[in-house]
Design a protein around this ligand. Structure first.
Ligand code: SER
Length: 333
């Protein structure tokens, strides 16, 4: 690298590091890992983790933590205005399976916090927002294979309805008020660091804990239920890359499709068997089967690739060996 490029890179790093960042809902599946990665990029003291929990996850102890209830609009407003955050990542939400058990609360939680931060950005108190969407925005009438970015969207879960409504509002605030909001439709996320909570795709994490602990697993989805999934390391990198992309490259202000890796419980079990030959799987589908049946089998993410250069790293084989190496079974009872 030449001297000029090195100076540009240093300047870029300097300006990036000037950002002050707030992650709301930081103790959840994505936040737990995202906060650590953001602290590597922007500096530990520049990234505040916040959650409704009074005490932070142990992993956040080296940096700032703020107890914040996203439903307390006035408290969130006062804190963000006083602290002058540049970027806000709003992750607080109920996932698909939990939301079906408490639709009123899910709608309230998933929508109200979004309006609070969109309004703050509209008033000039936040420069950039990240808000996660999901493959749950698609529904039973959506084409299942290689689901396009733009297609029929008739979600049948309260989670999917809230994410689709949120996407429309994000685009509206961008177009009407120039709010720089960015979003990804995450596939099911698979991580060995943080446990998921209440999703339809959670089987693809639980299976690793049970494979290591007991050598067997009963899946709550049928053997041939294909769903798009993604290894957390890729998901975190995608999030940070999207947030760092030049504004004009972020052409979609609803939410970007990301493909990840599509597989069925049966395919995942076969891959695990390559490492643990005695592993067995059985199937006992429950109410989550209907949710899975309404979602795509696989996703087309060519817009993310073309607009901001997205490229995934982890395939099924790499993901399975990473998970089996790192999953810590002492985390589950
Ligand atoms: N992983 C989520 C869920 O299953 C989908 O976004 O609810």
């Amino acid at each position: 690298m030449g001297l000029f490029s090195r100076i540009i890179l240093l300047l870029l790093k300097f300006f990036l590091n000037m950002k002050k960042v707030l992650v709301i809902g930081a103790c959840g599946q994505i936040g737990t890992e995202l906060v650590l990665s953001l602290r590597q990029v922007y500096g530990t003291d520049k990234v505040v983790a916040s959650d409704v929990k009074v005490y932070a996850n142990d992993t956040f102890l080296d940096g700032p933590y703020k107890q914040l209830d996203v439903l307390d609009r006035e408290a969130v407003r006062a804190y963000i205005i006083a602290e002058k955050f540049d970027h806000v990542y709003l992750l607080a939400a109920l996932l698909s399976a939990t939301a079906e058990k408490n639709p009123d609360f899910a709608w309230k939680l998933n929508m109200e916090g979004l309006f609070t931060v969109l309004d703050l950005a509209k008033e000039g108190h936040i420069q950039q927002i990240f808000w996660p969407s999901s493959i749950a925005v698609f529904g039973p009438t959506t084409p299942k294979q290689n689901t396009p970015q733009y297609t029929v969207m008739e979600p049948s879960t309260v989670y999917g309805i809230s994410k689709l409504a949120g996407e429309r509002w994000c685009e509206y605030y961008f177009k009407q008020y120039n709010v720089d909001v960015r979003s990804i439709r995450y596939p099911g996320l698979i991580s060995h660091t943080s446990l998921p909570g209440g999703g339809t795709t959670d089987y693809a994490v639980d299976i690793f804990y049970q494979a290591k602990k007991t050598g067997k697993y009963t899946s709550f989805l049928d053997q041939d239920s294909a769903l798009p999934m993604m290894y957390m390391e890729d998901a975190i990198r995608a999030t940070i890359e999207l947030m760092q992309a030049p504004k004009e490259q972020v052409k979609i202000r609803s939410s970007y499709n990301l493909a990840g890796i599509s597989f069925t419980p049966e395919t995942l079990a076969s891959e695990i068997k390559k490492h643990l030959a005695d592993f067995t799987i059985s199937y006992a589908p429950d109410f989550r089967q209907d949710i899975a049946d309404s979602w795509p089998d696989s996703i087309d993410d060519s817009h993310a690739k073309n607009d901001w250069g997205w490229q995934e790293k982890f395939g099924l084989g790499e993901m399975v060996s990473e998970m089996l190496t790192h999953v810590d079974i002492s985390k589950i009872s």
